[in-house]
Design a protein around this ligand. Structure first.
Ligand code: FES
Length: 90
């Protein structure tokens, strides 16, 4: 299974392809500042992808509508991974 590492903690977890980065963060106790339960409504669960952008599903319609996402930013609740990634949580 692909692995996700969350910086700055360095905590790492294997994720299957039915789970999101947000769900993985919760298992590890990493706070991704989500407010809507992973429904794509709050747009607060931002992570910056440091490595493995190509290993994450394409941006969702919700993410495309969030003007303040940087080029390496994703909403963790919208991200299914199919390879290893490293993300930064602020
Ligand atoms: S948890 Fe609210 S948009 Fe991701």
């Amino acid at each position: 299974m692909p692995k996700a590492r969350f910086e700055p903690s360095g905590l790492e977890i294997e994720i299957d392809e039915t789970s999101t980065l947000r769900e993985a963060a919760h298992v590890l106790g990493v706070n991704v500042h989500d407010r809507c339960g992973g429904n794509g409504a709050c747009c607060n669960c931002i992570v910056t992808v440091l490595e493995g952008m190509d290993n994450i599903c394409p941006k969702s319609v919700v993410e495309d509508a969030v003007f303040y996402l940087g080029p390496n930013d994703r909403l963790s609740c919208q991200c299914i991974i199919h390879g290893d990634v490293v993300v930064q949580v602020d």
